[in-house]
Design a protein around this ligand. Structure first.
Ligand SMILES: [Zn+2]
Length: 251
């Protein structure tokens, strides 16, 4: 299985071990810093930690860690240009599988500016993006996000994440891959299964988004187990828990 969006740097080594025992062989670690960014070197050091420290920590427990680096909307700050340069460097050196996570939280001008700049780099370099959608004001933020995406990037490069039933209609026919985050405060396995059952398995990727917030590092294996018990086809289960992510991110 592949957990297509999580934050291993916020978790313990026991969590990596648990994921591995639960059948997760690969994960995508997105960047997100949990505290105020007062200078670019904080975020750049965070990137390097994921690339060179977390990768090794995960691999020791049997998990291949793929890395996505980007400026999360909660991490926007004025002097971000050196961070953008660092992202470009990581793309050139093929260290990352996507820019992410990026997106909007409050729709401030600063957020929109930094989001757009990252999308333009992704479009130019044909790099995939993992787009965050917020808990608050979700529908309106998704509408604005779509508007910015449509002006700046090929939809085939886009995975839009943390989608739930209330906003699914906004994104399902836009050509994006759709991330379903099964997490105690976001969505249950049963809710994810209803979405899959109603919309097919081709467009979706399951993830736990395990982070500093309340998380379940086993949410992907638990959802797979339930799908299997409920009699869904093995081929379909494999799509949402592995193959769609593998193909989209070229893993
Ligand atoms: Zn995340």
């Amino acid at each position: 299985m592949i957990d297509s969006h999580f934050h291993g740097d916020s978790r313990t080594v026991e969590d990596y071990e648990k994921m591995s025992i639960g059948g997760i062989s690969e994960a995508i670690n997105c960047s997100y810093y949990p505290y105020e960014i007062i200078k670019p070197s904080i975020l750049i050091t965070h990137f390097k930690r994921i690339l060179y420290f977390e990768k090794e920590r995960a691999e020791k427990e049997g998990i291949k860690l793929n890395v996505a680096l980007g400026i999360h909307p909660a991490n926007v700050f004025p002097k971000y240009k050196p961070v953008i340069e660092e992202i470009k460097k990581s793309i050139n050196e093929q260290e990352i599988v996507a820019i992410g996570e990026l997106g909007l939280e409050t729709m401030s001008c600063e957020e929109i500016d930094i989001f757009t700049k990252q999308l333009l780099i992704a479009d130019e370099t044909k790099t995939k993006v993992i787009v965050h959608t917020p808990r608050q004001n979700k529908l309106n933020v998704i509408k604005k996000t779509k508007e910015i995406l449509s002006e700046n990037i090929d939809p085939k490069l886009v995975a839009i994440d943390h989608i739930n039933n209330a906003v699914l209609d906004e994104v399902i026919d836009e050509g994006y891959k759709v991330g379903l985050t099964v997490q105690p405060e976001k969505m249950t396995s049963d809710e994810a299964i209803i979405i899959l059952s109603n919309n097919g398995f081709d467009k979706f990727m399951l993830n736990s988004d395990s982070s500093y917030s309340k998380s379940d590092v086993l949410s992907v294996p638990k959802t797979v187990r339930l799908l299997s018990i409920e009699g869904y086809r093995k081929k379909d289960i494999e799509k949402v828990s592995k193959l769609n992510a593998k193909n989209f991110f070229n893993l």
